[in-house]
Design a binder for this molecule. Structure first.
Ligand code: IVH
Length: 671
């Protein structure tokens, strides 16, 4: 290929890859298989290696390129990045609305209401459609240049789309870099497992990840962004905030799907209540709603104070942070043998949920925060994350208890303990009842066999009462065994046995995840199932074969190998595999409903939620919990919840249970 041809092909590849990045990261709706994408990417890399002078900064290969810095450069913002006037009280919101209407001399105004995202505010500057700079808010006038770090966020386009509306030559935008709650939890698990300090909440994790001097570190952090404001954009010809949001979307930026147009305080209050009630269902943290005057010209009339614009207001939720007292610190043994100190708290309400215990993680965390029995502490809850003890509250003059010490023996089985880094571990993996109960609970959990009615308490009971000595025993339980146990009656016993029966038929990836192989989470389990197709293939895999799979590193490959080599494991596994029926799932994008998103709401007659979910997934569909513009179908049963209303609002196609079954049949599923 000559230079001219290479240049043309490179340009073509840029456009194609950019388009697929957009579908995957911004729209969550990929259209090609990962392998096809990888081939395009590899082709581009190869061409660029042959013609290094044809590498441009907006090339998809140039996301993680920067070298580690000594410090961040100072950057002046295109327009001041103001903060928002905010309050929790409805009276303050009413005063804001009155000031706005009085200032404009009108009886009523249009507002746009949006979720107030709890992340780190950034400015993005695009020059001629190409990302030129990104910076933190700083003092509002000057921020820190974090361009290289922001480039690593896959949802940030390096070049804007020009479909329809052409972006102006100079465009300064404001948005919020966030970390989704599940990604945050995984990051913290990883940090803790590596003996490092976890982040207190997703906001700190997002801000901390953005302010890494080495872009490689940022690139490894699961960051996302929502863009919500135009700081400056001469010639964009936009007259309302609603237009701004549509323009941002058209330019290929990620825009939140919850904003709404309203024109009264009542509607604002209703929106805030609605979001507050959905707060725990969202995948990211929000701490209130932002109310913005829709008309951009009217905004200029109102102007700004030294700190905040007079045309916007943050109507916040009640905080989820509270102060309470630690009654006791109790060590408990998890499924991997790690002993975790837990704080038993004087019950306290945190954003609608009563909290009475919190995880203190490990002996070093307890020491670092210096938490002792009887102390007053600040507790916080992020998303549906387990509550955290953030810090101790000083009480001058109060006599404190002794420092907490880990026990010398396992509180469950009495074996001696070993210390590994910050962790304390019971090494009696095969006999310790607490570890077995933990494994059983995990085996039955939602992403594994999903056995309704088999949670922590029941798992402890089944092990404690001698019904389960090892996992396969679960499948031998009959209703009569259960009826002897406290808390079981004929009906509940029958329904648990029934649930266990149904769970026997299980997809390979769920089964693998349920085994609790060290380091193997849902994503890796799926990758393993997809690659090896059968349990036997996986069991015989060599380290090299394992490492060839995306997401599996040498350490994980070693863990997997050791897990299958262990003699005691193999005996249990052979027995277990005989008791379940492993199903294969079509997970490739050639499947009939590949990538289509389903949401279920309300009760169903013929199918259980689990069966319906499995059916949809067997055809390649994705089942998610909240309705958005990306949702393909909402399946509505009896007594549907707010998801139904949302589907109507967004015009998402609605199916009854019967219609759903019909669709599944049409697409080739056996129902
Ligand atoms: S608009 C001048 N919209 O909240 C108005 N801000 O204290 C510019 N925030 O630092 C901000 N979600 O980072 C706006 N939908 C949203 C927002 C939002 C979160 C942040 C922003 C700001 C803070 C206000």
């Amino acid at each position: 290929m000559n230079r001219l041809q290479a240049e043309a092909r490179i340009r073509e590849l840029h456009a194609v890859i950019r388009h697929h990045d957009y579908l995957y990261y911004v729209k969550d709706r990929p259209e090609i298989q990962d392998s096809a994408y990888d081939r395009l990417f590899a082709e581009l890399k190869q061409l660029e290696a042959g013609f290094p002078d044809l590498v441009t900064p907006d090339s998809p290969t140039q996301r993680v390129g920067g070298v580690a810095l000594d410090q961040f450069p100072k950057v002046a913002h295109a327009a001041p990045m103001l903060s928002l006037d905010s309050a929790q009280a409805e009276t303050a919101l009413r005063r804001f609305d009155e000031r706005v209407r009085k200032g404009l001399g009108v009886a009523s105004v249009d507002y746009v209401v949006e979720p107030k995202l709890d992340g780190a505010s950034v400015e993005l500057v695009y020059e001629d459609g190409v990302l030129a700079r990104a910076s933190t808010r700083g003092d509002g006038a000057m921020g820190e240049g974090i361009t290289e770090n922001v480039r690593t966020i896959a949802a940030v386009p390096l070049r804007l789309r020009e479909s329809g509306l052409k972006p102006p030559g100079l465009l300064a935008l404001r948005g919020e870099v966030i970390m989704r709650v599940d990604a945050f939890e995984r990051l913290n698990e990883g940090l803790l497992a590596a003996g490092k300090n976890p982040f207190a909440n997703p906001r700190n994790a997002a801000a901390g990840s953005l302010r890494q001097l080495d872009p490689q570190v940022t690139a490894a952090r699961p960051l996302d962004i929502y863009v919500y404001d135009l700081l400056s954009g001469e010639g964009a010809a936009l007259s309302t905030q609603w237009d701004v949001l549509s323009a941002l979307e058209a330019w290929g930026l990620r825009v939140n799907d919850l904003p709404r147009q309203v024109n009264s305080v009542e509607e604002i209050v209703e929106y805030q209540r609605e979001l507050e009630s959905r707060r725990d269902d969202l995948e990211y943290e929000i701490d209130g709603v932002v109310v913005k005057l829709n008309d951009l010209t009217a905004r200029k009339v109102l102007g700004v104070t030294s700190h905040h614009p007079r045309w916007a207001f943050a109507f916040k939720f009640a905080p989820r942070k509270e102060i309470t007292r630690v009654v006791e610190i109790v060590p408990s043994v998890g499924r991997t043998g790690v002993i975790t100190p837990g704080a038993i708290l004087r019950p306290v309400k945190l954003g609608g949920v009563t909290v009475s215990r919190a995880n203190l993680h490990n002996r070093e965390e307890v020491a670092r925060k210096d938490i002792r029995e009887g102390d007053l502490v600040r507790v916080e809850r992020a998303g549906d994350v387990i509550p955290q003890v953030v810090e101790r509250v000083e009480e001058p003059g109060r006599k404190r208890a002794k420092r907490f010490r880990m026990p010398d023996r396992c509180p469950s089985c009495g074996s001696g303990l070993i210390e590994r880094g910050p962790f304390t571990i019971c090494s009696n993996s095969y006999r310790c009842p607490a570890q077995l109960a933990g494994r059983l609970e995990h085996f039955a959990s939602r992403d594994a066999l999903d056995i309704d009615g088999l949670g922590e308490e029941t798992a402890i009971l089944l092990v404690g009462e001698g019904l389960v000595h090892q996992l396969p025993d679960l499948f031998e339980i009959v209703p009569n065994d259960l009826m002897r146990l406290e808390g079981f009656a004929a009906k509940s016993a029958a329904s648990l046995v029934n649930a266990i029966d149904t769970a026997c038929r299980v997809e390979l990836h769920r089964f693998l995840y349920g085994l609790g192989i060290p380091e193997v989470g849902v994503t890796v389990a799926k990758a393993l199932a997809k690659h090896f197709q059968s349990f036997d293939n996986l069991r015989q895999a060599t380290n090299e074969e394992l490492e060839a799979i995306e997401g599996v590193g040498p350490k994980m490959a070693q863990h997997i190998g050791l897990f299958f080599l262990d003699k005691r494991n193999s005996a249990v596994l052979a027995n277990l595999v005989g008791k379940v029926k492993l199903l294969e799932v079509a997970m490739d994008s050639g499947a009939a409903l590949a990538g289509i998103r389903f949401v279920f709401t309300g009760g169903m007659d013929k199918l259980s939620r689990r069966e319906a979910k499995q059916l949809a997934e067997s055809l390649g569909a994705k089942v998610t919990s909240s309705v958005s513009r990306e949702t393909g179908y909402v399946v509505v049963g009896t007594d549907p919840g707010s998801k139904y209303d949302k589907a109507i609002e967004l015009g998402v196609e609605i199916l009854t249970e019967q219609e759903f079954v019909q669709l599944m049949r049409q697409r080739g599923a056996e129902v």
